[in-house]
Design a protein around this ligand. Sequence first.
Ligand SMILES: NC(=O)C1=CN([C@@H]2O[C@H](COP(=O)(O)OP(=O)(O)OC[C@H]3O[C@@H](n4cnc5c(N)ncnc54)[C@H](O)[C@@H]3O)[C@@H](O)[C@H]2O)C=CC1
Ligand SMILES: O=C([O-])CC(=O)C(=O)O
Length: 326
Amino acid sequence: MSNTVKVAITGAAGQIGYSLVFRIASGELFGPDTKVVLSLLEIPQAVTALEGLAMELNDCAFPTLAGIEINSDAEKGFDGVNWAILVGAKPRGPGMERNDLISENGPIFTGQGKALQRGASDVRAVVVGNPCNTNALIAAKNAGDVPFNRFSAMTMLDENRARYQLAAKAGVAVTEVQNVTIWGNHSATQYPDFFNATIGGKKATDVISDHDWLKGDFITTVQKRGAAIIKARGKSSAASAANAALDHVKNFHFPTPDGKWFSAAVPSDGSYGVEEGLMFSFPIRTKDDGSYEIVQGLDHNEFAKEKLAKTEAELKGEREIVKDLL
Ligand SMILES: NC(=O)C1=CN([C@@H]2O[C@H](COP(=O)(O)OP(=O)(O)OC[C@H]3O[C@@H](n4cnc5c(N)ncnc54)[C@H](O)[C@@H]3O)[C@@H](O)[C@H]2O)C=CC1
Ligand SMILES: O=C([O-])CC(=O)C(=O)O
């Protein structure tokens, strides 16, 4: 049986877009039996680049690619989409924090929230453009009657980074490392939770005896990985970000295997004492009916509680800065 999913990608002519569209079109995301229609969005100056991208996509002759639309008008671009991957935004440069982008990127997401409400009746949106948690909040608050929980922001790149670091330290394959939650903001205050993670089915803290490393270098490496990549590459992460966006959509699209969870920033419902309504990264499971739940009952010691409070305070501060856009 064949069905069709329509996916909008904003900023599709940018560097993440170039890594993302081919992998979605190839069937890697939704599988070989699902056709994909791609709705590519850009600012007017980049529409010609999108036309080139569309030529290349067609030249791949992907059996799963059922159509390509190109738009610089978000309302048209979001018409009838099932997923909106909101990448289009300015990236940071060396020496900047992601929330230095708030005043420039925030306003993009008021317009996109409004356009999503008008264009799409059954949509899920993930914000990649930074600062992604707060931009997702802005989009959601401008999307009228689109349910709040249809919006999320991407912390999957942080989770993948954390899994790699733990696997390398333990000397095991990344597949052995599971349930590493990123809590809070996609920023240098995020808390990559090794206490509740497992390696080869055992507690990560039992497998890795160097707890000073876990509490120190491990956390700061994950928190600052984006900046390290900008310093080394001169540009921010692109292929790894696109890869994480695929993981994010896949994680929400398919039920989560028993005993596992993934990280994504979603509207807080008050879980773990996080203020309701903040776009906060939690451990998430997708249920068989397609809805999701925040995994409950994970323990936080004093060390973890302090980290959670810090990242929550940062998100409240960002929300205050953009209050006129909400
Ligand atoms: N959440 C995460 O883990 C990550 C987030 N990012 C963020 O993703 C964003 C994009 O990064 P790159 O692709 O490297 O940047 P880029 O500059 O290569 O591409 C961004 C594209 O967005 C387009 N754009 C700008 N405003 C737009 C609008 N209103 N509608 C549609 N398109 C628009 C630009 O024309 C450009 O082509 C940045 O904000 C970056 O910081 C990057 C890596 C990871
Ligand atoms: O660090 C940046 O600015 C880009 C990004 O979000 C990441 O690589 O995680």
